[in-house]
Design a protein around this ligand. Structure first.
Ligand code: BEZ
Ligand code: FE
Length: 289
């Protein structure tokens, strides 16, 4: 005879988990099972209403509709919910420079530049010299390491957002010599708002959060045999370090942009020092030291 007692949330959750129990891929089974359990726990704990669930579906639909080949609103959603940073932290290489979010403004194909060359124009901001060394985990300098760097201009805009900037402005790829050292001229970074003309902007407004990123320069640092690191150099004097809208700030990535002194090149106003440490690709003997 059929059981006529009302179904409980826990019974339904077990029924759904069981429906995915034969997923052939063990990893996909693990992910689906945990996803179902956590989603169901969320709805159960909050006593989610049908209207609220429909609002969530409409929000996700609008998020997808905002995406095109220049705009990825789902990544932005992942960023403001801290999931991008969480996945980044979970997958960090021990001992290496900490990584952080890639963001939507990276463009592959920036010009290879000579050491010391400016990435932008005088009108892009306060000229800053960025320098340091790229090493392996034991401190051995890495020759032939590349730094693919990019940043926004003093108006808070990347070249891709600003018709007033030439293509690939404030971008460049620098390659270390035998001493593993690098230096390049950039501009002191400024805070800028993330795009808020889509559903993610609505989410930030509804939750009373601001839309500002802590001032930073992006870098993807790579070397043969090493795990590349996608990271930032943050300005220590920036007011948004503790409330970066995408949770990208890590203390180890914060650097002082000190005023240039008499021993520094005359054409820069600030100097920041940032060393990068790369871990070997798992199994690579070449980069192990
Ligand atoms: C950025 O740093 O370029 C960025 C990162 C996440 C969201 C928006 C912008
Ligand atoms: Fe950025």
């Amino acid at each position: 005879m059929a059981d006529e007692t009302a179904m409980s949330p826990a019974q339904l959750t077990e029924q759904v988990v069981a429906a995915y129990a034969d997923t052939p891929s063990p990893r996909l089974r693990e992910l689906l099972t945990a996803l179902v359990r956590h989603l169901h726990a969320f709805a159960t704990e909050t006593r989610l209403t049908e209207a609220e669930w429909m609002a969530a579906i409409e929000f996700l639909t609008a998020t997808g509709q905002k995406c095109d080949d220049r705009r990825q609103e789902f990544v932005l959603l992942s960023d403001v919910l801290g999931v991008s940073s969480l996945v980044d932290v979970i997958n960090a290489a021990a001992g290496a420079t900490e990584s952080t979010v890639l963001g939507p403004f990276y463009r592959p194909g920036a010009a290879a530049r000579a050491m010391g060359e400016p990435t932008g124009r005088p009108e892009d901001g306060d000229p800053a010299l960025i320098r340091g060394t790229v090493t392996g985990l034991t401190g051995r300098p890495l020759a032939g390491a590349t730094l693919d760097v990019w940043q926004a201009a003093a108006n808070g805009l990347y070249d891709t957002q600003d018709p007033g900037q030439p293509p690939f402005n404030l971008r460049g790829v620098f390659t270390t010599g035998d001493d593993g050292r690098y230096h390049f001229r950039a501009v002191r970074p400024v805070s800028y708002p993330i795009p808020t003309d889509g559903p993610v902007g609505g989410l930030l407004a509804a939750s009373g959060r601001h839309r500002w990123r802590a001032a930073h320069i992006h870098a993807i640092v790579s070397a043969p045999g090493c795990r590349s690191v996608t990271t930032h150099i943050f300005d220590a004097d920036n007011p948004y370090l503790d409330s970066d809208t995408v949770f990208g700030v890590k203390g180890s990535l914060v650097r002082k942009f000190r005023p240039a002194g008499p021993d520094d090149p005359a054409d820069v106003s600030y100097v920041a020092e940032m060393d990068f440490v790369l871990a070997p690709v798992t199994g690579s003997a070449q980069a192990r030291d």
